[in-house]
Design a protein around this ligand. Structure first.
Ligand code: ATP
Ligand code: MG
Length: 245
């Protein structure tokens, strides 16, 4: 469902990506790890069509994005890709529910439709009672969950997350990670997550290690232990049956 081939990218003289090939299947939760400067964010931005490679191709859901015009790409991103960043990047003037609805508006959905979907997502995130709060009236963990809901509103093929828990304390971090797996288990949501968090990397389906612009290893997670502790199960119970696509 995501297939990237031969991706190379330079900034000036500096070659940041030196030929990356990857395939990611539907419903996979994949982590990308590696030292600072390895090219992780650059790769994620290219997968997300926010940046273009110098050479190589990116196909998402069988659609080759390499030759699309900038306008077509913007539309493609809105419909097929959800982004979650280290800092939530919610719009401060809008409430939680409005922030979630905005990508749906951009996709041309009606207010009624967008609101219904956003309401459903807020419920799934356990944030129904925060719908009318503006970002500065939400905790860090809540803001990040709203950002995940915003990323999900148009049912994207994949969510790309760049250090999504990087600004959270350990409790909120764990809850956010739990949420990713709940979304995968329940809806088959695909995730590609750049992270410095070893605990998260250890529980993802595959970990892609990068260094100096190259993939140096791809490892499956250790499945001998459950993917997460009892927390995960209890969240799943809380969150079940509250959302439909
Ligand atoms: N727009 C740009 N112009 C010039 N150089 C850039 C640009 N973006 C990134 N770089 C350089 O490319 C290299 C890879 O950057 P990238 O942001 O992909 O690293 P990263 O693996 O995400 O690191 P970190 O873990 O610190 O976020 C770095 O050396 C960075 O300085
Ligand atoms: Mg980065």
């Amino acid at each position: 469902m995501i297939k990237i081939q031969g991706i190379k990218k330079s900034f000036g003289q500096l070659q940041v990506l030196k030929g990356i090939d990857l395939e990611i299947g539907k419903g996979e939760v994949v982590s990308i790890v590696g030292p600072s400067g390895a090219g992780k964010t650059t790769l994620l931005q290219i997968i997300g069509t926010l940046d273009r490679p110098d050479s190589g191709t990116v196909a998402i859901d069988g659609i080759d994005t390499s030759s699309m015009s900038t306008r077509k790409l913007a539309e493609f991103r809105n419909r097929h890709i959800g982004f979650v960043f280290q800092f939530h990047q919610l719009l401060p003037e809008f409430t939680a529910i409005e922030n979630i609805m905005i990508p749906a508006y951009i996709a041309g959905r009606s207010t009624k439709d967008a609101k219904a979907r956003a309401t459903e997502l807020l419920e799934f995130m356990g944030l129904s009672d925060r719908a009318g709060h503006k970002p500065n009236e939400l905790s860090g963990g809540e803001k990040q969950r709203v950002a995940v809901a915003r990323a999900l509103v148009n049912n994207p093929a994949v969510i790309l997350a760049d250090e999504p828990s990087g600004s959270l304390d350990s409790k909120n971090k764990q809850e956010l990670h739990q949420l990713f797996f709940n979304l995968r288990d329940k809806f088959g949501q695909t995730f590609v997550i750049v992270t410095h968090d070893e605990q998260l990397a250890a529980i993802t389906d595959r970990t892609i290690k990068m260094r100096d612009g190259m993939v140096i290893s791809i490892s499956d997670s250790d499945k001998s232990e459950p993917a997460a502790g009892p927390d995960r199960d209890s969240m799943q119970e809380q969150n079940s049956d509250t959302i439909t696509n």
